[in-house]
Design a protein around this ligand. Sequence first.
Ligand code: NAG
Ligand code: NAG
Ligand code: NAG
Ligand code: NAG
Length: 434
Amino acid sequence: MELLARTLFLCFTFTLTYGAPSPPHDAATEDVDAALPDRCGGLEFDAITPDEKGMTFFFKGSHLWKGFTGPAQLSNESFRELDDIHHIGHVDAAFRMHNPENTDDHDHIYFFLDDKVFSYYNHTLEEGYPKEIHLDFPGIPTHLDAAVECPKAECGADSVLFFKGNDVHVYDISTKTVKTKVWPHLPVCTAAFHWLEHYYCFHGHNFTRFHPLTGEVSGSYPKDARNYFMICPNFGHGDRSKVLKCSDVKLDAITSDDEGKTYFFAGPMFMRLDSRRDGLHAFPITRTWREMTSGVNAVFSYTDKMYMIKGDQVYIFKGGAHYTLISGYPKTLKEELSIEGPVDAAFVCPDEHTVNIIQGERILYVDLTATPRAVTFNLTMPVNNIDAARCGSDGIELFMGSKFFKYLDVATLTMTRLRPMPLSITSEMMGCQD
Ligand SMILES: *[C@@H]1O[C@H](CO)[C@@H](O)[C@H](O)[C@H]1NC(C)=O
Ligand SMILES: *[C@@H]1O[C@H](CO)[C@@H](O)[C@H](O)[C@H]1NC(C)=O
Ligand SMILES: *[C@@H]1O[C@H](CO)[C@@H](O)[C@H](O)[C@H]1NC(C)=O
Ligand SMILES: *[C@@H]1O[C@H](CO)[C@@H](O)[C@H](O)[C@H]1NC(C)=O
């Protein structure tokens, strides 16, 4: 576990790979077609964009890669018309439109080649395309270097950032106006990409994270893209390219916070499930909750705080831009919740002030507004060996290995002796492989 946590510390992201380690990668056994470009060799991408399903495409010359693992393939197999019409075999820039107010172009992928723009949806070229760039994006120059969408939450208005040299043309989608900024401190970006609230400029085989409004770079950049955005032998998580099967999923904890962000925890990793649109990626827990160096047994959210239980300790983190451990924590379960460990799972239902603690086949209620805390109910459930539990507006989910049970509410869970049919975790839910 220790070694695993250290290996993964560097990772920005990777496909669901926290299962058993795959055998060591031997470069000599790699069957690399000499004609195909190798992104692990260190190349400069022309463009990077997600599609409407959250699959990330990386472009170089006439080839692309789908996702963070796997070989290059011809771009025209996925986007047929790109070189059909142009015969130039590369894209300058690409982005996925974020324009929820207009379903005509929301989630469409836009490609830029010289002075032309192509709009794709469902991997099909839209009627009327390709067009000249100025017809769709007045004021935007031809022969771009990079482009990335910037939703209202980060840019104030739904926008697109177009990069050409050190100039950044900020295009407001609804007003069709352009503001040009110069960011000479930022390397010239040949591709740009956005994942949740983070923005990345790619240059050479490196990338630099920047603030989408100011261009400001904080932290130590550039970093080598091969350690973060792809799975390469001898880089970052290179030896961990096994994709987790849904039937092998085993959660330690799951929770939804006040803002509707849902997190699950398994071993040293966590994943945000509300990020499906941008692609699901697992991260080391310590990247967000620094003190949780050996995983969690149970997690619940209450008000703007996240309670993490490990062994007989409770860690309380305050939410916000970052999670910070509240001073004085961890405390023992006895001190904080008036119970003994271990805890299998815990959840608080929306707008409630009682935490439901699951231990074996028992469920304990602890009122979070009472001091000192006391167990107010101690009941049995019709299920045992629960790994993780969550309560949302749609009821309660109790996870056991790769299965889960759904209950309407806590009363149904404790009053009935019937076990509902177990349901299976799907790739749709957790990004695993069916
Ligand atoms: C894709 O491009 C390759 C190489 O340029 C070409 O040989 C092939 O015929 C193209 N395929 C399609 C479907 O256009
Ligand atoms: C997407 O394209 C596929 C094949 O190209 C087609 O079968 C499917 O109906 C399309 N889906 C939508 C929503 O247009
Ligand atoms: C990539 O970044 C490293 C520093 O992390 C730097 O030493 C190297 O020169 C950069 N390489 C390229 C091709 O930009
Ligand atoms: C809950 O009830 C069971 C059975 O009566 C008992 O063994 C257990 O100690 C109780 N737990 C708590 C925390 O009160």
